[in-house]
Design a protein around this ligand. Structure first.
Ligand code: DNO
Length: 358
């Protein structure tokens, strides 16, 4: 396992890389450049980021959120030009030592919450929260407005303003796109990019739908083991992998997370992992919890054991943390609780390794 940390770049992330390096056992980042979907990530920009990360004593082997343009997902004639750009980005990233690209194929919305700072009554911390009932009242335009308003001025992953500005039009364009059509468009994309990944030594890792069910009537095709079985078959290759995010998949209690990790770990399809915990509050109603198993409903020990047994070399990052100790930061991406999460995951890992070495 390589422990990593999501970081937004020195222009946008209030957490200095020096602090990230000081978290015990941190090997590197799941980093990103803040770029609109569809554009090429230029070599000089990638080099500048890689140099900065290396200078801090960290690695940059995983890049997150190279976002797929909506025209690719919708299968529009313009998709070929965006796929060509994506391929150039893959080649550019490979030149600078990137091994895994975490992306998603969700229409319009990446992750979605109805409250970015719901107080946890037990201890006064707060975390990201979702209640489908609230969503019904809000509708897509309202949720976008509220999310932007509540983000405390920070850009949020997957909520690029230029993309969401076209929300109404894009929602209309998706009418008639069924899950099967979306999958066909996905295959078209994978058939183009995966051979390039094989050539340059990069693995694509598909992030699940979050929450793990369809929203606003949009087709969503990556929220269960069955969905992912179809995705790996769309283009069967060791470069066509998954980012098994425990909290996203785990928002649906029907998903058995350790079993899903074992299933795809055994197939060598775990490109990267996001590890976090979820607390169920009702039907399609949950909040994010501290990483410690007993504070939520996922069993982090069983999750780490499944990783140890089936994909021990995968990249892991502590996913969203709560806001604690009065930290002011990007919702889900503060320093303190994610650092605690990393330490806890490392502790589980050490215990599992020692137990198995006996
Ligand atoms: C949310 C993140 C996601 C993820 C993207 C990858 O917090 O885990 O935004 O990075 O879905 O494209």
């Amino acid at each position: 396992m390589k422990m990593t940390f999501r970081w937004y770049g020195s222009q946008s992330d209030p957490i200095p890389l020096k602090y990230v390096k000081q978290i015990p056992g941190m090997s590197g980042l799941m980093g990103l450049l803040d770029k609109p979907a569809g554009v090429v990530w230029e070599e000089d920009e990638i080099k500048a980021l890689v140099d900065e990360v290396h200078a801090a004593g960290l690695e940059l082997e995983v890049i997150e959120s190279v976002n797929v343009h909506e025209d690719i997902k919708m299968g529009l004639p313009t998709r070929d030009e965006y796929i060509a750009n994506y391929i150039t980005t893959i080649r550019n990233l490979a030149k600078y030592g990137v091994k895994v690209i975490v992306y998603n194929f969700m229409p319009i919305f990446d992750w979605l919450r109805t409250d970015l700072a719901r107080e946890i009554p037990e201890d006064g911390s707060n975390s990201l929260y979702f209640n489908e009932e609230d969503l019904g009242e809000m509708g897509p335009m309202e949720i976008v407005r509220r999310t932007a308003e509540d983000s405390k001025g920070f850009t949020l992953p997957g909520w690029e303003p230029e993309r969401l500005a076209l929300l109404e039009t894009t929602l209309k364009q998706y009418e008639g796109i069924t899950p099967d059509i979306l999958r066909e468009n996905y295959k078209y994309f994978l058939d183009a990019v995966i051979p390039v990944c094989e050539e340059v030594g990069i693995r694509m890792a598909c992030h699940p739908d979050d929450p793990a069910w369809p929203i606003f009537g949009l087709p969503r095709i990556a929220h269960s083991q069955e969905d992912y079985d179809k995705i790996v078959k769309l283009h069967d290759s060791p470069a066509n992998t998954l980012c098994l995010c425990t909290g996203s998949l785990g928002s649906n209690p029907a998903n058995d997370i350790p079993a899903i990790i074992r299933h795809f770990g055994e197939m060598d399809r775990s490109g990267a992992m996001h590890v976090r915990n979820v607390k169920y509050l009702g039907y399609r109603h949950f909040r994010e919890a501290a990483h410690l198993s007993s504070t939520g409903d996922l069993d982090l020990y069983e999750i780490m054991k499944a990783i140890y047994d089936t994909c021990p070399d995968t990249y892991v990052r502590p996913d969203h943390g709560r806001m604690i100790w009065d930290e002011v930061g990007r919702p889900g991406y503060g320093l303190y609780d994610r650092a605690l999460g990393a330490c806890y995951i490392n502790g589980l890992w050490e215990a599992i390794c020692k137990e198995n070495a006996k």
